[in-house]
Design a protein around this ligand. Structure first.
Ligand SMILES: [Zn+2]
Length: 317
């Protein structure tokens, strides 16, 4: 199924592969009913890890299993059913369960960063959603209003405070990420503090309260490199569960070329022509973000096709 707004096709994590059936979350006994049904697919997550096994084609596949006794003892989250036609019968319901530890099995526990770009869309959607919601639960055990311990409700999608009855919902923090180009169609890349010595990326930053996405693009570019931009154009967006962002990708045009770096955040900035970028990557002077990321896809969208670049982690930490 094509994505809505497909300027950056097949972005990792962005396929609409899961029908979330949010209405079902209201059912009081939904999880106990699903966890009693052997057709339900249970995926175990531990922090940012889940179990992966190669499929028949050698491609990493998220391991799921039938429900087991005790699955409802800890956190369980109803994720939904895969979209599209099902090979046999009704599409299975997916439920994530949080495991306290990953060291009880000989299985291969991997991270999304390691295998995310290789997963089938439905596996990626299941894992991204499970990890994002589970992470939010881990950090939001207490009521933000009164401090009392909260309880999980609505099939894992809400925490309820038993003292003041307030409801708390999983958070997603919007961030903008933008390919800034100049009038000669050169691309601006920057090395942030915390990158390794050759890592470079397009600019990015969090949206602040009271701000539109386009205004956040303009503010971040001005703050980080001192440039005014115009023609801010949406290209695509990507959930980024490390831990809870939504990266919204744009192209923007700089009104002037003279860069003034914000040295507390940025270590180096450079305008690249396509030829210069290929040469710098080839010479090992520059490394760009992983294929997983919208950062890479924004760079390749400007470039006009895939860029041959070794997979390296551009963040030093
Ligand atoms: Zn409370």
């Amino acid at each position: 199924m094509p994505r809505i707004g497909e300027s950056l096709p097949d972005l990792t994590f962005s396929a609409p592969a899961l029908d979330r059936h949010a209405d079902l979350r209201e059912e009081e006994d939904l999880l106990s009913r699903l966890l009693a049904d052997p057709a339900t697919r249970v995926v175990e997550v531990h922090g940012d890890r889940a179990v992966v096994r190669p499929d028949d084609h050698g491609r990493p596949a998220l391991v799921t299993r039938a429900p087991q006794p005790g699955d409802d003892a800890g956190l369980a989250i109803y994720l939904g059913t895969p979209t599209g036609p099902s090979p046999v019968g009704a599409p299975p319901a997916y439920v994530a369960v949080a495991r306290p530890s990953d060291d009880e099995t000989g299985e291969q526990w991997r991270t999304l960063r390691e295998v995310g770009a290789l997963l089938r869309p439905v596996d990626a959607a299941v894992w991204v959603t499970a990890q994002g919601v589970a992470h939010w639960h881990r950090d939001h055990g207490f009521c933000a209003r009164c401090g009392a311990p909260t309880e999980v409700a609505r099939a894992g999608w809400v925490r309820r405070c038993p003292v003041d009855e307030s409801l708390h919902f999983p958070r997603t923090d919007p961030a903008v990420i933008m390919a800034v180009v100049d009038d000669e169609d050169r691309l601006l890349l920057a090395r942030g503090r915390g990158f390794n010595s050759i890592g470079m990326s397009v600019l990015a930053g969090f949206v602040e309260p009271g701000e539109t996405l386009a205004n956040a693009v303009a503010r971040e570019v001005k703050e980080e490199v001192g440039l005014d931009v115009t023609d801010v154009t949406y290209l695509g967006d990507q959930p980024w569960p490390f831990p809870s962002s939504l990266m919204v990708g744009f192209r923007a045009r700089a009104l002037q070329g003279r860069v003034q770096m914000q040295e507390s955040e940025i270590e180096a900035v450079r305008w690249f022509t396509r030829g210069e970028l290929v040469a710098a990557i080839g010479a090992g002077e520059v490394a760009i973000s992983s294929r997983l990321s919208i950062s890479r896809r924004l760079i390749e969208d400007w470039f006009g096709g895939p860029i041959d670049s070794p997979e390296v982690t551009i963040r030093a930490r």
